[in-house]
Design a protein around this ligand. Sequence first.
Ligand code: ATP
Length: 297
Amino acid sequence: TTFIGASFGGIAEMYAQIQKAVGATERVFELLEETPEAINATPKISSIEKIKGIVSFRNVAFSYPSRKEVQVLKDVNFSAEFGQKIAIVGPSGAGKSTISSLLLRFYDITSGEILVDGKNIYDYDLENLRGNMSIVPQDVILFGGTIRENIAYGKPNATDEEILLAAKQANAFNFVDGFPEKFETLVGERGVKLSGGQRQRIAIARALLKNPSILILDEATSSLDSESEKLVQEALEVLMEGRTSIIIAHRLSTIRNADKILVLDNGEISEEGTHQELINLENGIYKNLSNLQFSNS
Ligand code: ATP
């Protein structure tokens, strides 16, 4: 795995940190084992060009290398213009998170094309591509260091002012300021234990500091308490401003104002439109999901 360390840079380091923090997980090994093809691609696009953040999937098909017989995505087509909020919904196991893994090039697609700013993602230098993307995952894992280090992860040379501003914008400042050691507070096993909502706000501060063109939000399935939920939601609104956001949505209430909602079903996008358009579709999947969720809540 030496070449991974050499060319995989930040991500490998991050996984090393995560491993240190939480112990080796199967997922870490899976990712490291399954990425070499993506890493080996020779970049054709200069890293100097700033990525605007236009994303398109064209006829994308994909199977996980360990389960080649199952086609998780069959023919996925969609596009996100610069600055749009695109939400992906669909039943559990439909392949929503898989779409984000493919965009981040954790796995190579089987066929079709994924374009960023109209160019094939495999033509980008991997670090440059990922350097322009941030993901706020369902369950944020922080590495065992200080809060400052965790926020600055996306921009190691960040100044104190930048870190402070990011923490404030992410609604993280108040709880951080409440700890005796403030930004120097250790998190993880040897430090404070943060709640799910607090960890998410740290991840949002990290993403704000990184200032990516493309943001991937994998919404938490387990709900946070309503106060924390409100603070996280506010912080996410700030974070989404001025970037292209792809939201993997588990709760329909948070995506009503998305520019476009995609319904993923059976490996394909079966419905596409705004909330209003989709609830008007007779016998639509979204309409049914929507009726179910709102009648249960
Ligand atoms: P959820 O809403 O439950 O998070 P999802 O729509 O995000 O689901 P994915 O996580 O993308 O679904 O999974 C799509 C399919 O791919 C599922 O059948 C899942 O079991 C399978 N899958 C996911 N990750 C892997 C993996 N690393 N290796 C093999 N199969 C996988």
